[in-house]
Ligand binder design. Structure first.
Ligand code: NAP
Length: 508
């Protein structure tokens, strides 16, 4: 176990962290580092979050492995440039063990309610445990409520069917007739992994995807030994000028649909399709009618090869219903199937819900979020004191390293909490005015992103506004490093009259 130095000063805080995925383990490590008391409640039975829940064939992360690791805990042993899912889960497990976080995790403990009462959070789990904390860190993840396609007759299917995040490995795949519904990153990875194993594979494509070509070179033992001997080589890998330039170009492309960078990406993906798929009829099927990166960009080096296997058929018609032995299309075509995999995505607007979170004056987070999930700079919420979201609503998503994002959001939260540690307040929350101003600016900018250029995707809220960070990555770094304290209210700050229930601005 790594001994970490306590960097905390002033009042010690007690944290409850919700979720033991990448962000929750990070929060645990940071609490440990500061010498703060904390407990992590995890509804599952092990560490890993999305990497615990997803274990479908072909699962990998399309963010380079060295970039997806914590900045302070390099891993010289990644097997390849993009790591397979199970390796990533093991990495976060290893980090929880190495930094002494594991013993603070309570597994199989789903939080039912968090209630702000008398200046502290009162927590209750579904199985009746309770806890009290000064601070809540909600590290519940974004994509963790499977969206089961509402297809008539699905329940009547005689064979096994399951969502991609609930893969049943006891089900025989080899030589079987498999139907995969959905062409997001998940569906593309599953089809690429199963095309040679299935006897027949039908990929049900409601919308085709633009595919960014990518390769995944393995790291040789010699390279891994070099990383072990000299960790600065890993820093060099993380900060390679071409990787940074690629990220800058990608960000420029997504935040401005009229940018030359987006035109460049469009040319790359169009050429990839043209060069990779020989048959013009198949190429036509695979050609999207929306702009590249409008839906979350899919990276794959083998999908186009996979769909040209003789076992694979791309079905572009509309599904009518499921029958006991297969799927009937609206034009009457029938696909006989043994297994159906639903790669139909997630309810991306849930975040901490369905948990009940009650803030100041009985404010219910689910009411506060009834239109859309809202958080000031994606981290804090008015009326919910000392409540911090990692990878919360409107943060940067989509082909970025969420690990890096969570680290920056932690640093932001930590700076705000220093006001509490220093005794300037009992708790802190952003003002409603600050959130409304942020949302007005964010929504206007979001409508200029490529995500609003005319396609459906899980980025869009119920009004069609992308629920995303619409600005540049350097701007994100800047706002996370420099919180606007004047936009926060200090709750329980002692005023000149000694009225410690008073709220004042952190600027005052
Ligand atoms: P997704 O991107 O939301 O894709 C869902 C797919 O299901 C879409 O193709 C959608 O079609 C289709 N679909 C939904 N309901 C349907 C229905 N009733 N009939 C037919 N098709 C239906 O979900 P995902 O692929 O699971 O990916 C979600 C996110 O997870 C990704 O965007 C990414 O952020 C993350 N992810 C990352 C990686 C990685 O490598 N890092 C891997 C997997 C997932 P339409 O497009 O027509 O709506």
């Amino acid at each position: 176990m790594v001994e970490v130095e306590s960097g905390s000063q002033g009042r010690k805080l007690r944290f409850v962290i919700i979720g033991a995925g990448m962000a929750g383990v990070l929060a645990g490590i940071k609490c440990k580092e500061r010498g703060e008391e904390f407990t992590i409640y995890e509804k599952g039975d092990k560490v890993g979050g999305t990497w615990r829940e997803n274990h479908y064939p072909g699962l990998a992360c399309d963010t380079p492995a060295h970039t997806y690791s914590y900045s302070f805990a390099h891993n010289p042993d990644w097997s390849s440039y993009f790591a397979p899912g199970p390796e990533i889960r093991e990495y976060f497990q290893a980090m929880a063990d190495r930094y002494g976080v594991s013993e603070h995790i309570v597994f199989n403990a789903e939080i039912a309610e968090c209630r702000w009462q008398e200046g502290r959070w009162h927590i209750r789990t579904k199985d009746g445990r309770s806890d009290v904390a000064d601070v809540i860190v909600a590290a519940t993840g974004v994509l963790h409520h499977p969206k089961i396609a509402d297809i008539p007759g699905l329940n009547s299917f005689a064979g096994p069917y399951f969502h991609s995040a609930r893969w049943d490995h006891s089900v025989e795949i080899d030589g079987k007739k498999i139907g995969v519904i959905g062409t997001g990153s998940t569906g593309v990875q599953i089809v690429s992994a199963l095309c040679k194993r299935a006897g027949k594979l039908v990929h049900f494509q409601r919308s085709p995807q633009w595919i960014m070509p990518s390769t995944n070179p393995p790291y040789s033992e010699a390279q891994r030994a070099a990383f072990r001997a000299d960790p600065t080589l890993i820093d060099a890998e993380r900060n390679a000028p071409e990787a940074l330039a690629r990220r800058a170009r990608f960000t420029a492309a997504i935040i401005d649909k009229d940018s030359p960078e987006l035109a460049e990406i469009e040319a790359i993906v169009a050429k990839n399709l043209q060069d990779s798929v020989a048959d013009p009829a198949l190429r036509a099927k695979l050609t999207p009618n929306y702009r590249a990166a409008c839906k979350r960009m899919v990276f794959s080096g083998d999908y186009y090869r996979s769909v040209q296997e003789s076992t694979v058929y791309i079905e572009t018609g509309a599904i009518d219903h499921v029958e006991p032995s297969g799927i009937r299309m609206k034009d009457g075509t029938f696909h006989e199937l043994d297994v159906i995999a639903l790669a139909t995505g997630f309810h991306a607007d849930r975040f901490v819900r369905p948990m009940t979170v009650i803030g100041e004056n009985g404010e219910d987070l689910s009411d506060f979020w009834s239109e859309r999930p809202r958080a000031y700079f994606a981290v804090t919420v008015p009326h919910f004191p000392n409540f911090f979201l990692l990878n919360g609503p409107t943060g940067p998503v989509g082909n970025f390293s969420l690990t890096d994002i969570a680290e920056r959001q932690w640093e932001y939260s930590d700076q705000l909490l220093n006001l509490v540690r220093e005794g300037k307040a009992q708790a802190i929350a952003p003002s409603m005015e600050a959130l409304l101003d942020y949302e007005t600016r964010r929504k206007a900018a979001a409508m200029n992103t490529v995500f609003a250029s005319g396609c459906s995707s899980w980025y869009l809220d119920s009004e069609g506004v992308p629920q995303v960070w619409p600005w540049s990555y350097p701007y994100f770094l800047d706002v996370m490093a420099n919180p606007r304290f004047e936009d926060y209210q200090l709750i329980g700050a002692a005023d000149d009259d000694g009225d410690d229930e008073k709220k004042s601005s952190a600027a005052g």
